[in-house]
Design a protein around this ligand. Structure first.
Ligand code: ATP
Ligand code: MG
Length: 330
């Protein structure tokens, strides 16, 4: 089972919508998927669940990612078994929770203490990894996807450490370029720091710890932020900068031969179009775009987009599967 995080510290590029659609596409193509919503904003959870279903998570014992962390946060024990919300037959959701933001401080404090070999710090830092692993084993998942918020804070460090691979959704603009400049070196620093900590793991610690792989497998160009009032030329200018920026900043290698355009770049996993009003329509209906029907309002020209979405996400899912050594065919 491989874990893939979708991350860019630039906000609003469409990460959550992407994870949502990919989870459904992998499921439609026969795979069992765990989806961990580790962004306290919980937008991914809202996409999967109706408001009533979301509210139900908070009745009685809180059945969100945060709920499973409570004993660890309170210092009364370790993580408890996470609740898995079954979406259809093949998706298992670890629901997000705004309260997760309160875990940020603890994760920050425990990070340096791992260097002293403190067993409790290792429990805290590895908690997301262990929640996902536990859920994936119980759900017999083929793959796990992690959605995270747009920042380089301690929650995201632990979330990313839990992943084997990282996919970077990008908008073709200056902000995403700047985002890559921060992201690449940060991933490398975190990987190095985690390796130092792993070397100081206390003997007898009976928990599994992440390897801290976080291998970047490519980027996805999200076109939805094209503004109609912005000249196409400026949009194209940013597009052509992305292949070299990805090599330089994310991979940390200066590649003189990097592609001139994402469409010819081996690291570009795909380009997603602007689905315009179909995206909010889908999220509102708690369905991916490619499940929308006329009854949901997908009529006329919209219907062509529904079909396009099935092809686009199908291809993207296969490309990602291929990069992580998984067999998936449309
Ligand atoms: N391909 C797309 N076509 C049209 N609209 C889109 C597309 N992708 C995302 N959107 C819309 O853009 C907005 C932001 O998307 P989303 O929440 O997925 O971004 P995000 O990167 O997860 O944001 P954050 O950084 O806050 O977590 C949403 O309103 C969503 O409906
Ligand atoms: Mg998001």
């Amino acid at each position: 089972m491989k874990t893939v995080a979708f991350f860019n510290n630039k906000g609003g590029v469409g990460k959550t919508s992407l994870v949502y659609h990919l989870a459904w596409m992998f499921a439609d193509l026969g795979k069992r998927v765990i989806v961990a919503d580790l962004d306290p904003q919980s937008n991914l959870t809202s996409a999967f669940l109706s408001e009533e279903a979301y509210e139900l998570l908070f009745s009685g014992s809180v059945r969100t990612v945060h709920g499973a962390l409570v004993p660890l946060i309170n210092g009364t024990g370790d993580i408890s078994e996470p609740y898995i919300d079954a979406i259809g037959d093949r998706i298992g959701l670890l629901p997000g929770d705004l309260s997760l933001s309160r875990f940020e401080d603890k994760l920050s404090r425990e990070w340096p203490s791992c260097v002293d070999g403190d067993p409790r710090s290792f429990r805290v830092i590895s908690s997301f990894f262990r929640l996902i692993k536990n859920a994936a084993d119980r759900f017999q998942a083929d793959v796990a996807f992690i959605d995270i918020g747009p920042n380089l804070g301690a929650i995201n460090r632990s979330a990313l450490l839990s992943s084997d691979y990282v996919v970077i959704p990008l908008a073709p603009d200056l902000y995403s370029l700047q985002g890559m400049k921060n992201l690449g070196p940060t991933l490398r620093d975190w990987r190095g720091q985690w390796n130092d900590r792993l070397a100081r793991k206390p003997t007898g610690l009976d928990i599994s710890l992440p390897r801290g792989g976080m291998e970047p497998i490519g980027y996805i160009l999200m076109r939805h932020s094209i503004r109609l009032d912005r000249p196409v030329k400026s949009f194209d200018r940013w597009m052509t900068k992305m292949p070299a920026a990805y090599s330089d900043f994310v991979l940390g290698v200066e590649d003189e031969t990097s592609a001139e355009h994402p469409s010819r770049d081996r690291y570009c996993l795909g380009m997603l179009k602007d689905y315009r009003s179909l995206m909010p329509m889908a999220l509102e209906a708690n369905k991916p775009i490619f499940h929308l029907t006329a009854a949901d309002g997908a009529i006329g020209a919209h219907y062509a987009y529904v079909k396009d979405a099935r092809d686009d996400f199908g291809k993207l899912a296969c490309r990602i599967a291929n990069q992580i050594g998984m067999d998936l065919s449309p």
